[in-house]
Design a protein around this ligand. Structure first.
Ligand SMILES: Cc1cc2nc3c(=O)[nH]c(=O)nc-3n(C[C@H](O)[C@H](O)[C@H](O)COP(=O)(O)OP(=O)(O)OC[C@H]3O[C@@H](n4cnc5c(N)ncnc54)[C@H](O)[C@@H]3O)c2cc1C
Length: 416
């Protein structure tokens, strides 16, 4: 059996970062992944340019049953820290929108950065390798006597600390599995039910029929759902699709949306549509469609008028105030209940995961199983769209790696 200080399972964003930092702090680290292609999610991220962090990332940009859990790690390893690393590797980057930082060239550069950081930490790679079983024993352990024994397709591996960085369930076809959740179950750790997040939302085909023909149409809108602490509210682009709604506004709100509850969409966030319609009524010769087409794409205006039971040639001046109020109010408060989402196949991330009550927010170590850590997307911390999820991967990875180094070798860790 090969023995290591730390075994990290999952060589994605969080796993590579954790292995690299632990290795650079002087620990013997093995990094295991089952996929044939390395870090596929980083490769496809940000449309191939990897939105690797957000300049303004902070606790308010994350969802969790415990919104305070992410604070310590995010404060310890900031977006600026990752930007410094990116600059050290001379990777060109730019800000696209609302603090989102992307590579100028390719997400491969971030993978290459992480591989080289692992090299600097003398990390031992085991991939593609399957982990069949994990057991806890005392044989190869530290002074505390605990160690983990991994049965893998490449033989037995022993480690004093075990870090689970196998991510969530989104996009199974590129290697996502429920491994982290199975390990949590094995050791009796609580979970927050995983759900697809940052995902397009769908409607029943009958309900969506009038809008399906507008697939591809985009409009800036304010979308909200929920109440109190679980309320989401985003002003972003919204995209109509054959089956429902997508685009940044919808991906963001999907993380807050609960099945059976409505979304409210303000299609004209800049002004009060009812007031404008009533004000413009006197002396107007305009068709309603023409009036609305001044405010939104003409194709949407035509469908909007039709679904509100108005003829295509209806004139604003001829419509009773009561009906104009209904039309205007719906433009500012379009309330509709999605039937579901596009699911794991399209979700960018997983909501829920290992309950934060099970973990230390400083070290990500299990309270029940000392030496066992969960990081990255496997944990019940979900970032907004816009680089926040990678920042969580980096920050949780660094916190776990440094805590392990500190516990194994306090003197060396503090020198590093
Ligand atoms: C299409 C898409 C685009 C995205 N774009 C962005 C973006 O631009 N910015 C952003 O911040 N976030 C983005 N995300 C989200 C981001 O990719 C994830 O939040 C992040 O990768 C999570 O990191 P992780 O290390 O926890 O998990 P992952 O990166 O998913 O890594 C998990 C690793 O574990 C391995 N693994 C899984 N199961 C096993 C097993 N049983 N045995 C061994 N290994 C296993 C996998 O092969 C994988 O290598 C995007 C996601 C998607 C799907």
């Amino acid at each position: 059996m090969e023995n290591f200080d730390v075994a990290v399972i999952g060589a994605g964003a969080a796993g590579m970062m954790c292995a690299a930092v632990a290795g650079q702090r002087g620990l013997r680290v093995v990094l295991i992944d089952h996929a044939t292609r390395l870090a596929e999610k980083i490769r496809i991220s940000g449309g191939g340019r990897c939105n690797f962090t957000n300049r303004d990332a902070g606790p308010a940009n994350y969802l969790s049953e415990n919104p305070r859990f992410c604070r310590s790690a995010l404060a310890r390893y900031t977006p600026q820290d990752f930007v410094s690393l990116v600059k050290r590797y001379k990777i060109g980057f730019h800000e696209k929108h609302k603090g989102q930082l992307f590579c100028d060239e390719s997400s491969e550069q971030i993978i290459d950065l992480l591989v080289r950081e692992c090299g600097a930490g003398n990390v031992t790679w085991r991939r593609p390798v399957d982990v069949q079983e994990i057991s806890v024993g005392g044989a190869a352990g530290d002074a505390g006597g605990r160690s983990f024994r991994l049965s893998t397709s490449a033989g037995e591996i022993g480690a004093k600390s075990l870090v689970i960085a196998t991510g969530g369930l989104s996009i199974p076809k590129i290697g996502a599995t429920d491994f982290a959740y199975r390990i949590a179950r094995q050791f009796g750790l609580e979970m927050v039910e995983p759900s697809p997040a940052l995902v397009p939302l769908t409607f029943t085909s009958a309900g969506w029929e009038p809008f399906a023909a507008l697939s591809g149409l985009a409009i800036e809108a304010r979308v909200s759902t929920g109440k109190g602490r679980s309320r989401g509210d985003f002003l972003e682009d919204l995209l109509l699709t054959h089956r429902g709604l997508s685009g940044p506004a919808i991906l963001q709100i999907s993380s807050y949306w609960k099945l059976g509850t409505p979304l409210t969409i303000d299609l004209l966030p800049e002004f009060d549509a009812t007031a404008r319609l009533l004000e413009g009524k006197a002396g107007s010769k305009k068709l309603v469609v023409t009036e609305l087409s001044g405010w939104m794409p003409a194709r949407l205006a035509e469908v909007w008028v039709a679904v509100h039971g108005l003829a295509p040639d209806a004139r604003v001046a001829d419509i009773p105030d009561r009906q104009l109020r209904v039309l205007g109010d719906a433009l500012n408060h379009w309330t509709l209940t999605p039937a579901g989402s596009e699911g794991w196949r399209k979700a960018e991330v997983t909501g829920g995961g290992i309950a934060t009550t099970e973990l230390s927010s400083a070290s990500f170590e299990s309270r029940k199983v000392p030496g066992l850590h969960f990081i990255g997307e496997s944990v019940d911390v979900t970032g907004w769209l816009g680089g926040y999820n990678f920042q969580w991967a980096w920050a949780s990875a660094v916190a776990a790696a440094e805590a392990i180094a500190e516990s194994r070798n306090p003197a060396q860790a503090s020198l590093a």
